[in-house]
Ligand binder design. Sequence first.
Ligand code: TXA
Ligand code: MG
Length: 319
Amino acid sequence: MAIIGENIQEAIRILAQNDLIGMPTETVYGLAGNAFSATAVSKIFEVKNRPTFDPLIVHTSDFSRINSFVSHIPDKAYELAKNFMPGPLTLLLPKKETIPDLVTSGLDSVAVRIPNHPLAISLLKQLDFPLAAPSANPFGYISPTTALHVEKQLGTKIKYILNGGECVVGIESSIVGFEGDEVIVYRKGGLAIESIESVVGKVRVMEHSNSNPQAPGMLKSHYAPRTPFSLENQHFLNNSHLEKVGFLAFSQINPSFLPQNQLLLSPEKSLNEAAKNLFSYMRELDERGFDIIFTELLPEVGLGRAINDRIRRATVPTH
Ligand code: TXA
Ligand code: MG
């Protein structure tokens, strides 16, 4: 069983041996290892059961430090970094050889992020290497937003989880890349597209796809609970056993389902609060033993766009 604690020195000791830890960030918990060590990085893929064609994000504490592993920074990347780093933003930038190919799945660009979490920043500042860290969930399952979520799923495979409390953003970072003068959003995330556009102007938003070799990161089946999770409740209501049906609602109880089987993402209709609760409520409903969980889409603005992206990826057609 992994130890859950707040001891940064213990985390450093483990990382220095090329072993892995659970690390808090403001978005979701990461499964972290030395990004300059092929040994540590291969352990990440193994522990997560993640295919090696799906590359990892590299985390650092200060923008000045990225020069040790990034070869060029476009002007618009600087602008975004100035405004939103540390924060829920990941930039795709050309990599130097210090980053093993395994981290980027052989791509020429590396994903870079500065997490806005005091424990993570304090840890990263004390290390002389950056940390590669995917979300700390088994491949395909919901991302963890507490240390306990990490412990439940990866506790037998890692020694230590740095406990930074509940993640305040709750969904993964927005991933942004650059092609010529164009800014491309590859993953909608914790930084709203409207915020990105307020700094760099209009961006291109890539929608997910099952087979797009240009955009690893965009595998469709992701973030899914084990229980069937669906948006299509009209197909089900006639022959349902309502006590075995859960519902994940935005702000109001749905009268078609049992109230005690429902969780409200944000009674106040706050998209930020909904993002913060999304993954933990999906987990909570998943653990209740329902036959099926229905849900609904949120307003397609601000973090609602990233939330809807996660819901669409996690849901399956039921007919
Ligand atoms: O908020 C986050 O970003 C969290 C925390 C822990 O920082 N991390 C996270 O990592 O969500 P992960 O591995 O679950 O998702 C990273 C995504 C993957 O879909 C991967 O394909 C994409 O980023 N990615 C990483 N490096 C890339 C690269 N060089 N080019 C394109 N996509 C990349
Ligand atoms: Mg992930």
